[in-house]
Design a binder for this molecule. Structure first.
Ligand code: ATP
Ligand code: MG
Length: 290
């Protein structure tokens, strides 16, 4: 398996603070946050309702101005930019995914996916239409490309939103409760897509969530409480990687496992175990001499 986390910092904040209102009714929604997220990292921001998660994510995406502090995206300070420079940075460098999908209701699936590409001049890279077509195929919604959002299921809508977030090939994906409106099976699928985006493409993914299932695919979990950020304490687990999907699995409590060439492997679900048993050599390096 390839590990794509590099030493390069994609998101950095220094003393990031947001205060809503003034005087005795002021709310310190985000309070002096220092954050450093590297290329290829999948980071979760968790915490109670009202703890400042959406406020923090909106500032990272340049959608909301901080009261004080700095934000650097790929080394570029976005906090000192004027209002006219921000839309371009957002369109090129950042992909957004929201709980409510936020698709444009009068545009088709394909038009929604293409929309962010219309906000920047065409680059030297592949034409946007070709990229959209590849993304729709990869996310399994190619047959729906002429549908309107109202004719899609929740899971399909979120796949469209993910394709849209990737159309300009941004280094950074920000997602606010991406599985919040989805049933458990669909939420799991969306979680695996986000995981693959970080692992296979080396993009940085920052997800705000209440969903404990997402913990399994995170490289790091941060906890926000009363606007303050801290690393969540490590618990007593013995983590190994599922060789099929790459998810972290606790080998002390895993219920799906198989022995292949005298090595025991652990899996997140029956589905991954089944896939492994069909073609184990596709997932492990064969032992020498075999
Ligand atoms: N536009 C606003 N004006 C005033 N106060 C706000 C505004 N937006 C958020 N707040 C307050 O700031 C605090 C943090 O809100 P935020 O929406 O960032 O929390 P959250 O962690 O995303 O919550 P949830 O988990 O419920 O989505 C809350 O006390 C909220 O009431
Ligand atoms: Mg929120």
């Amino acid at each position: 398996m390839t590990e794509k986390i590099t030493g390069k910092t994609v998101v950095q904040t220094v003393g990031l603070t947001k205060v809503y209102g003034a005087g005795h009714t002021a709310v310190r929604a985000v309070d002096d946050v220092q954050l450093d997220v590297r290329e290829g990292e999948l980071v979760l921001i968790m915490g109670p309702s009202g703890s400042g998660k959406t406020t923090l994510l909106s500032m990272l995406g340049g959608l909301l101005r901080p009261t004080s502090g700095q934000i650097f995206i790929s080394g570029m300070e976005i906090t000192s930019m004027n209002e006219s420079g921000l839309p371009d940075i957002r369109a090129r460098k950042i992909g957004f995914i929201f709980q409510a999908f936020n698709l444009l209701s009068s545009l088709t699936v394909q038009e929604n996916v293409l929309y962010p590409s219309t906000l920047i001049p065409p680059g030297e890279a592949k034409p946007a239409k070709e990229r959209a077509s590849e993304l729709l195929s990869r996310l399994g919604i190619h047959q729906r490309k002429h549908y309107l959002p109202r004719d899609l299921s929740g899971g399909e809508k979120q796949r469209v939103a993910i394709a849209r977030s990737l159309i300009n090939e941004p280094k950074l994906i920000l997602a606010d409760e991406p599985t919040g409106n989805l049933d458990s099976k669909t939420g799991f699928e969306v979680m695996m897509i986000l995981h693959d985006i970080a692992r296979d493409e080396g993009r940085t993914v920052v997800i705000v969530t209440h969903d404990p299932r997402l913990e399994d695919v995170a490289d790091r979990i941060l906890w926000l409480e009363d606007g303050k950020l801290r690393d969540r304490k490590e618990e007593t687990h013995s983590w190994v990687r599922d060789p099929v999907c790459g998810m972290k699995v606790d080998q002390w409590t895993a219920t799906f496992f198989a022995t292949h060439q005298d090595v025991r492997h652990f899996f997140c679900t029956q589905r991954c175990l089944d896939r492994f048993q069909e073609r184990p050599d596709a997932y492990v390096v064969p032992a020498e001499g075999s």
